[in-house]
Ligand binder design. Sequence first.
Ligand code: AMP
Ligand code: ZN
Length: 132
Amino acid sequence: MLNSLVFVHETLLFLYTGFAMSCLFCKIVDGSIPSKSVYEDELCYAFADLHPQAPVHILVAPREHIASMDDTDKSDTALLGHLLWAASEIAREKGLVKGYRLVINTGEDGGQTVDHLHVHLLGGRPLSWPPG
Ligand code: AMP
Ligand code: ZN
């Protein structure tokens, strides 16, 4: 019984680690793919979006690999709050006094293209609503 539990645990760990190692934003967070760093702390890493959709377009990603909002649970609430706080801190630092938008695309219908949770910080121009 213990052996099979250890086996299941090691298999899950192997799958998780393997997935995280192939994840673009995990590689950006660990520095193996270059990015323009904007802010970092023990929980998150923020960097400039490669294809900016506004004068300020920054992505705030958790250091930990979480694929999307759909993969979060109650134990992630402090981390999720921290990501939003970090985005607001960057917005203040960038002088976005006229406002900004925070977006978390989730899944196929949500338009998510990179499967590592991230908050988009968009600002520096008026943003229309509703989004496409
Ligand atoms: P989403 O579509 O919400 O998953 O957002 C993914 C974002 O990642 C897009 O805005 C892309 O422009 C951006 N992106 C993709 N590759 C890179 C990269 N290597 N460095 C910075 N941003 C990237
Ligand atoms: Zn990842």
